[in-house]
Design a binder for this molecule. Structure first.
Ligand code: SF4
Length: 470
């Protein structure tokens, strides 16, 4: 049985000791390990491999819409800021060509049980554009009925009204997530994302009334002008809105990587001790309000599918964060989108020009990727289990893989000793368990099993590539 996740303890001394930059492990190996030697041909081989094995696993589809109307200064997403709607028209032309190519490839093994629209801002598209794109998706893929499928969309409450929310439900979406970040007007000005509380509340209320099965809110802590007091007020309002899921991300200030962040006034940012207090406040307020701590930065109501999946040991982690479906292959369409098929990952071209150019050549726009070897697959399972369940049965790994855990992972177990000594991890004959004190540092614990960090440095030193784990 997975460990109870209700409980997480904050020990600021230990967090300061272990808190270093590290991956978020939405995949293992992480996307910065993808190589240009994996291309279109490798992807075709991957799909052929799935077909040879029967190709019956359901699919997840991810659709990336990169456009936004204005820039949020904290943003680290791959997006295009434009008010020129014709750019979206051109993009949709190409995106539909990619969908058709993928649809042909997956013919006969194309049942979709999960669809996610992310961005950017998917609601940058008009109702008509969305209708057209969805009709095209339905032409090429077979979708599970509404009651069985998870069809989600990220919305920007500043770009939708109540009628649009009803329209999205009518278009088949049954889960909705929205960026709030902070309700405080001063913080909103500091990050150039002014979004009235009334509008956000109206969108949440409309989502419920329209029949969305899960409403999710994103918050960020560590933004300029945030204080414990503003955070307390924002949390009270969020709890009052009663979303099914809440994500609270730590703002990672990396202006050397993300240009918009250069417009953030560093003097107005909370220091790391205050940030930790903010995180502690979030955890306390949300768990007191009945939310379950899922892991990393996610909370959910106890009856939400995410919390239920975790209790059943069926939680999974993919490029969109935590997920309830473990056995699906992820087909991702759109600029920069990342697919995960069987034992491979592939990423599309990251710029619109390169993306269009590849499709004009009549090819899927795969730019890079990775074919996992046996060691990658083994470590991927271990990191998944730790990220999702906070524990790992070493015996179950030995039953599934021809290894003796204590020998194969002897260096890792030695490195874990300092975590054990500090009470962050317990290890007995069968289980490796992340304790309540270790849960906030689960990324650091997973890093011990990341062979690439130890032996094969990628582009740039670790602190420049990854965010701090807290
Ligand atoms: S945070 Fe979201 S809405 Fe803001 S610029 Fe980035 S992708 Fe666009």
């Amino acid at each position: 049985m997975p460990a109870s996740t209700q409980h997480v303890e904050i020990d600021s001394g230990l967090i300061a000791k272990f808190n270093q930059s590290g991956p978020r492990y939405t995949s293992y190996p992480t996307a910065d390990r993808f190589s240009g030697s994996y291309g279109f041909g490798s992807y075709l081989e991957g799909v052929a491999g799935l077909r040879a094995r029967g190709g019956l696993a359901p699919l997840s589809l991810y659709i990336h819409i990169p456009f936004c109307q204005s820039i949020c200064y904290y943003c680290a997403c791959n997006k295009v800021i434009t008010k020129d709607r014709s750019k979206a028209e051109t993009y949709l032309d190409y995106l539909k060509q990619e969908v058709a190519m993928q649809g042909r490839l997956f013919a006969g093994m194309n049942r979709v049980e999960q669809l996610h629209f992310g961005g950017g801002t998917p609601t940058y598209l008009s109702d008509e554009q969305m209708d057209d794109l969805l009709a095209h998706l339905h032409q090429w893929f077979e979708f599970a009925p509404d009651a069985e499928g998870e069809y989600s969309i990220e919305i920007d409450p500043r770009t939708v009204d109540v009628a649009r929310i009803y329209k999205l439900r009518e278009q088949g979406f049954n889960r909705i997530s929205m960026g709030v970040q902070d309700f405080d007007p001063d913080v909103q000005i500091a990050v150039n994302r002014v979004q009235s509380e009334a509008d956000t509340r109206a969108v949440i209320a409309a989502s419920r009334a329209a029949g969305f099965r899960s409403v999710s809110i994103d918050l960020i802590y560590g933004l300029p002008r945030q204080t414990l007091c503003t955070m307390e007020q924002t949390l009270a309002k969020v709890i009052d809105c009663s979303p099914d899921r809440i994500s609270i991300y730590s703002y990672a200030h990396m202006p050397h990587l993300f240009k918009p962040q250069r417009r953030i006034n560093e003097d107005e940012m909370p220091d790391s001790a205050t940030k930790l207090d903010m995180l502690a406040l979030c955890i306390k307020r949300l768990t007191d309000a009945g939310y379950v701590y899922i892991g990393m930065d996610h909370f959910a109501k106890p009856n939400d599918e995410l919390a239920v999946a975790q209790r059943l040991g069926r939680l999974h982690r993919n490029f969109q964060g935590y997920s309830t479906r473990s056995e699906t292959n992820l087909v991702a369409c759109g600029v920069s989108a990342i697919s995960s098929l069987g034992s491979s990952y592939s990423q599309n071209e990251k710029t619109l020009d390169a993306y269009y150019e590849r499709i004009d050549e009549g090819k899927l726009p795969v730019a890079r990727g990775l074919q996992l070897d046996n060691d990658d697959l083994l470590r991927r399972i271990i990191i998944q289990r730790l990220m999702c369940n906070f524990e790992l049965s070493m015996q179950s790994i030995e039953q599934a893989w021809p290894i003796r855990f204590s020998s194969y992972f002897a260096p890792e177990l030695a490195r874990l000793k300092s975590f054990v000594d500090d009470g962050l991890v317990d290890i007995d004959n069968e289980w490796l368990t992340v304790t309540p004190k270790g849960r906030l540092l689960v990324r650091n614990i997973c890093m011990v099993f990341d062979s690439y960090l130890a032996s094969k440095p990628a582009i740039g030193p670790i602190p420049l590539r990854y965010s701090k784990t807290i």
